[in-house]
Each structure stands twice: as C-alpha cells, then as structure tokens.
Design a protein around this ligand. Sequence first.
Ligand code: F6P
Length: 342
Amino acid sequence: MRIGMLTGGGDCPGLNAVIRAVVRKGEGHYEHEIIGYRHGWRGLIEGESVPLTLASVRGLLPRGGTILGTSRTNPFKSDDGPARVLATVERDRVDAVIAIGGEDTLGVAHKLAGEGMNVVGVPKTIDNDLSATDFTFGFHTAVQIATDAIDRLHTTAESHDRVMVVEVMGRHAGWIATYSGLAGGADIILVPEKPFDIDEICGRIRHRHGRGANFSIVVVAEGATPVEGTMELQAGTLDDFGHVRLGGIGNRLAAEIEDRTGYEARMTQLGHLLRGGTPSAYDRVIATRFGVEAIDAVHEGDFGVMVALRGTDVLRVPLAEGVVELKTVDQRLFDTAAVFFG
Ligand code: F6P
C-alpha cells in the first residue's frame, strides 16, 4: 500500500513519535510505502509531500514538534478545497491517509471519509479535550511543564508576598489548568467550563491572607471567562476553523486582583512553552501505541476510525464519535482541586 500521513493543528509533544511508529511498523513490518504531507491539510490541497522512510524517522522518538510541519488549514473553507485534497490523493496513488490532529483536523478527516477517502485518525492535543479518548498525547508533557513552572513561581510568591497568576493553555477545556493546579497546589483554578466571579476570587484571596498566608497562586486557563458583565475582555482574531486566538486573561486578572485587594499581583503566561520540547515518557508510550494501532487499522482496511485510549487499552472508535463533542473537565476532579482553594 501507499499511505499518506499528516499532522494538523497546533504542534504537540509526541507527534514525531507517532510518525516514527507508523513508519517503523508500516515500512519495517508490512513493507508499505509511506509519504508525509507538509503542513497538515495544506499539503494535500497543494500536493506537497516528502517520502518517509526508516532512515528519515531515525532519532525521532524524543523530538518535539513535527518533522512534517503543521498548519490550521481547513480545506472546507474554500469551494474547491475538498476536491483538491481528493485529487492529490488520486494523483499520488495514495490508498489511505493517516491524519494526526485534534478536533479540527479530525473533523476534516471525518468529512473527507464521507466523501470516500480512506482515512484513519490519531488524536492529539495538549488540551486533552477529545471525548473519544481518555487521554491525548502531549497533555501529560504540558501538565508537567506547567507544574514545574508553578513550583518555581512559589519561590517568588513566598519571597515577595505576591499573588502570582499563571496562565496556561486550554481553549475550551481546563484540563491543563486543573491537573497542573492540583499538582502544583494552586489556591485558585479558573477554567473555561465555569465563568468566574472576580469578587469571589478576591474574597478567597483576602480570606486566605487573613488566615496567615502571605501569597497566593492562581492558575487560569487562557479560555476562562468572567461572569457576563463583570469584567471586560479584549476580542481576539479568528483562525480558519473560527476559533478565537486567546492569551491575555492572566494580565487582566492580575491587574484586577491587585486593584481590588491591594496585594501585589504578577502574571506569567506559559503559552507555547507547554507545547515545546521533548515528550514525557508517558506521552512517548501513548504516541507510539497510537501510531502502531493506526497503521494496523490501515493495513487491515479498517477506515473511518480513529485510535483511542480507553482505560489502559488502545482501540479503534468511529471517527464520528471522536468529533461529536468536546471533553470538558470532570466535575468530580474539579471539586477535588477546589478543596484546596482559598
Ligand atoms: O489546541 C491546542 C492549543 O495549544 C490551545 O490550547 C491554544 O488555544 C491553541 O492551540 C493556540 O494555537 P496557536 O499556536 O495556533 O496560536
């Protein structure tokens, strides 16, 4: 078989580990030919690909980012986009495509499967917000980086009697904020799932400081929003999939906390640091298992599916299931984190 592979959406630790696993089993065991499309779906629209061989994936397991490049290109944004993708697949004599990405990339994969493309999805995102899988690779690494940062910020918080606001990624779901906040001992965690009340936050901080604490750590997901009408936010620009570009809530929050409580407040925005560098051992293992399962699915002709982690098992589920809804933070987990607030 001749198989095309792409990585779409934000880069994420573990993408290269998936690419390596697909090629190692695909070429090494099944003797399939594998090509990589550059920059996500854009590579299929523009017909830009590179050969992927056992030699080209050597040394990839610990490497961050994606050797294929990525983009947030949506073929369905233009009238001829889907037809151009299908024409590339035909021209390149590609029997199946492995699409590695989050809700947007897999959403496109699902639509193209409906148009007759043989496709297998691999779920990735540091946000961990895909409902069909218990975990996506990249999440564990991002949580560890955020936790390390919170640990370090404690030093300055304690030494200077400050409120430290730590902004982490998490567009629609606050998994990174909740996990890293729990692991780092945050005094307040704010997530997109639950609009926050700035009065209540300041009340908690005052209460905590009134009981003898000289500092506080607030972890906020970039997608967290205030209760309507309580605090103004700046509007961001939109990407190809209609998602707003976030980043900045931490700054607003720190200024507001300082104003209202009189405690000195500072903000650290972790942003793309959470997506950078080498994947954790855990993410390398899931990414590798996902890659092997994806190439097995292609080899068996099992298309229109995505691989997923359920409990400790890697299995296949219909792509439709993977893109139907976002997985938001579990209330019981958040309640556990909230035991330590204020
Ligand atoms: O989807 C992963 C993610 O890191 C989100 O947490 C974040 O909102 C978004 O990507 C940022 O994307 P970009 O790097 O394109 O600005």
